[in-house]
Unconditional design. Structure first.
Length: 141
């Protein structure tokens, strides 16, 4: 019996599936990588040569409680109409040329109370108005 020996071909490694897997991994890494160079903005802020402000403007602090009562600079105000409130604001503002009206309104205060205060500020000639707010506590839902 004579067996015929075949020429054995050397084993060959097919590289195409290997290259496909590497390309998929490369694309995944390219898409999921963050580039700090593009997410940071390099800015240069301007420098101020002016002196710090020596005086703060006169602040007229008006608090509005949930019942619609007003307190002007920690003094309880009896009236609730815009005309009498305007007169009280003019008296409080007579010390400064451009006072700042700071409104502390209770969260449960009626909207009309705040509008009345803003109308009184307009009648008193107060141009600068600011509102205060409080950040919610972490336990508040």
């Amino acid at each position: 019996m004579k067996f015929r020996l075949r020429d054995k071909e050397p084993p060959e490694i097919n590289l195409i599936p290997f290259i496909d897997v590497l390309l998929v991994i490369l694309i995944f890494l390219m898409l999921s990588t963050t580039y700090n160079r593009f997410t940071e903005m390099q800015i240069q802020l301007p420098m101020a040569d002016a002196q710090a402000m020596q005086e703060r403007p006169l602040e007229i602090v008006v608090a509005v409680d949930a019942a619609g009562q007003f307190t002007i600079n920690r003094i309880r105000f009896a009236g609730t109409d815009a005309l009498s409130l305007s007169a009280a604001l003019q008296i409080a503002a007579k010390e400064s040329s451009e006072p700042l009206l700071v409104i502390h309104a209770d969260a449960n205060a009626r909207h009309q109370s705040v509008i009345t205060l803003m109308d009184a500020a307009r009648r008193a000639g107060l141009q600068r108005i600011s509102f205060t707010a409080q950040r919610p506590s972490p336990t508040t839902p």
